[in-house]
Design a protein around this ligand. Structure first.
Ligand code: PLP
Length: 396
């Protein structure tokens, strides 16, 4: 196999700061590197591997579909694509779906829908209110909606039509709303921003404002959706419904897939408006349908709630045990440990040396994103490793 990091440095564009580890296989919540070391995987492909690695049922579905039909373009119908569409529409408040291949693409489609809806229904309103510290992807459109200037500035003039306000501030959305506003775009919980959970009534109050003003509310559930927070969609826990919802990450259980869902009243795309060669291919949608069924019928959603509660209690317990812990936050199995100093990268590196993969999502925040079928013993094992690492760091 040779020295993979050295080979990568020669041929790749250097977009990623990788850990010096080459992973070769996985099983459940565990992955192994090319030297045979095992790691407990609490990153799960960044909230993607919903059922863990090499899940027997998912593997069988993917292998069977690959041996039958992988993709035929959207010039034709396939059954897996209709099945997943029916599952998503049947188990959400939304009426129609468009399939693509990633979170960024799902948000691109949502932005196009909002703009066309504004032309048709609000005198050409095109502005979208998004949030500082939010994340919606890296394409020119989705990055224009992303509240981190660093991600936009290297690439010249940004797509116009985006206004940024603070997250968890309804009054700021009200103040930013004008006759040009077509939509508000929010994550129910800011994931890449550091697992920022808003006040319990935030989304409901934004919903009320959008209804009052006649503008669309679009939720980016790319990270929070597909069971990650303990309900199929995070909005269910907020007592409101979005007009548009975007999905990706966990939906395919590791197979690339994205989707945008819309209520009938704003499903304005018509033939020729939008498209994707790979979008909704038979392989990805067969995987997606299996994942959704496992969440609902296989007891996985219930596991997210129980294991999420356990992880919350164990992380809260670290607050009493270590002076380096400022607190913890999150919902379901989207959780974060907040540290008192910018030591998250060091903690993550030391955790890896002890056989645990966690993500330092901010300089002072460790993010936990285990597979949704993680076991009680694995949660305990992971928190015990973090406990030991914090003791090691405190001892200097
Ligand atoms: C990861 C993420 C995206 C981008 O998804 P990609 O598949 O990397 O394009 C968009 N929105 C949110 C909330 C995300 O967490």
């Amino acid at each position: 196999m040779g020295n993979i990091p050295a080979r990568e440095a020669v041929v790749h564009m250097t977009t990623y700061r990788r850990q010096p580890v080459t992973l070769v296989r996985g099983q459940g919540t565990r992955v192994w590197d090319d030297e045979g070391r095992a790691y407990l995987d609490f990153i799960a492909g960044i909230a993607v591997d919903a059922l863990g690695h090499a899940h027997p049922g998912l593997t069988e579905v993917i292998a069977k579909q690959a041996g039958t039909l992988i993709q035929v373009s959207n010039l034709f119908y396939t059954e897996p694509q209709i099945e997943l569409a029916e599952l998503l529409v049947g188990h959400s408040a939304l009426d129609r779906v468009f399939f693509c291949n990633s979170g960024a693409e799902a948000n691109e489609a949502a932005i196009k829908i909002a703009r066309k809806w504004g032309i048709l229904n609000r005198n050409g309103a095109y502005e979208i209110i998004a949030t500082h510290n939010g994340f919606h992807g890296r394409t020119l459109g989705s990055v224009a909606a992303t509240g981190t200037p660093r991600y936009r500035e290297p690439f010249g003039p940004s797509l116009p039509g985006f206004v940024f306000v603070d997250f968890d501030d309804v009054e700021a959305i009200k103040a930013a709303t004008t006759s040009h506003t077509a939509a508000v775009l929010l994550e129910p919980i800011q994931g890449e921003g550091g697992v920022i959970v808003p006040a319990p009534d935030y989304l409901r109050r934004v919903r009320e404002w959008c209804d009052e003003q006649g503008i669309l509310l679009m939720l980016d559930e790319v990270q929070t959706g597909s069971g990650r927070t303990g309900t199929l969609w995070a909005y269910e826990q907020a007592g409101m419904e979005p007009d548009i919802m975007t999905l990706a990450k966990g939906l395919g259980g590791g197979v690339p897939i994205g989707a945008v869902l819309a209520k009938n009243a704003c499903a304005v795309l018509e033939p020729g408006d939008h498209g994707s060669t790979f979008g909704g291919n038979a392989l990805a949608t067969a995987a997606g349908a299996y994942v959704i069924r496992q969440l609902i019928e296989g007891g996985v959603l219930e596991n997210v709630r129980t294991r999420g509660g356990q992880l919350e209690r164990r992380l809260a317990g670290l607050e009493d045990r270590s002076p380096l812990v400022a607190g913890q936050r999150g919902v379901g199995l989207l959780r974060a440990l907040v540290l008192t100093a910018d030591i998250a990268p060091d903690v993550a590196t030391k955790a890896m040396a002890r056989g645990l993969l966690v993500n330092p999502v901010r300089p002072n925040v460790i993010r936990f994103l285990p597979p949704l079928n993680v076991s009680a013993a694995e949660i305990d094992e992971a928190v015990d490793i973090i406990d030991a690492v914090l003791a090691e760091v405190a001892a200097g």
